[in-house]
Write a protein that binds this ligand. Structure first.
Ligand code: FES
Length: 123
């Protein structure tokens, strides 16, 4: 069907890379059958994907949809108690879960600029 994207059976399309504004973040609902969403951060053609669950107490990080970054867009921030995480690897640099990390989600960007994750990512 024209305009519709499909992925390999074991993958699902999270979004198009260009659906995430450059330098920004975007949240995604849980996969069918799951209840924990994902979020992605984009810088140019690079993207990082994490499970939307703070390692401190397991709540979602975003108070406002798609707002996962600090004002300078330098770190991921948890809204609940202010933990800060490196965008590049999800490592917590300050806050109550210092030394822990966000759960990174393996992904790839294909030649159609689709961001693909495993079908069960976040489950
Ligand atoms: S729940 Fe994220 S810092 Fe406490």
């Amino acid at each position: 069907m024209e305009g519709q994207v499909t992925a390999a059976a074991a993958e699902r399309v999270l979004c198009l890379l260009d659906d995430i504004p450059d330098g920004e973040s975007k949240g995604f609902a849980a996969a069918p059958g799951g209840f924990t969403g994902l979020f992605a951060v984009r810088r140019g053609d690079r993207v990082w994907v994490y499970v939307n669950s703070c390692p401190h107490i397991g709540v979602p990080l975003d108070p406002v949809p798609d707002r996962f970054l600090d004002r300078k867009r330098e770190h991921v921030v948890c809204s609940t108690h202010g933990a800060r995480f490196r965008i590049e690897d999800g490592f917590c640099t300050t806050g109550p879960c210092y030394g822990e990390s966000l759960e990174a989600v393996p992904h790839r960007v294909d030649d159609q600029r689709r961001v693909l994750v495993a079908q069960d990512a976040g489950l």
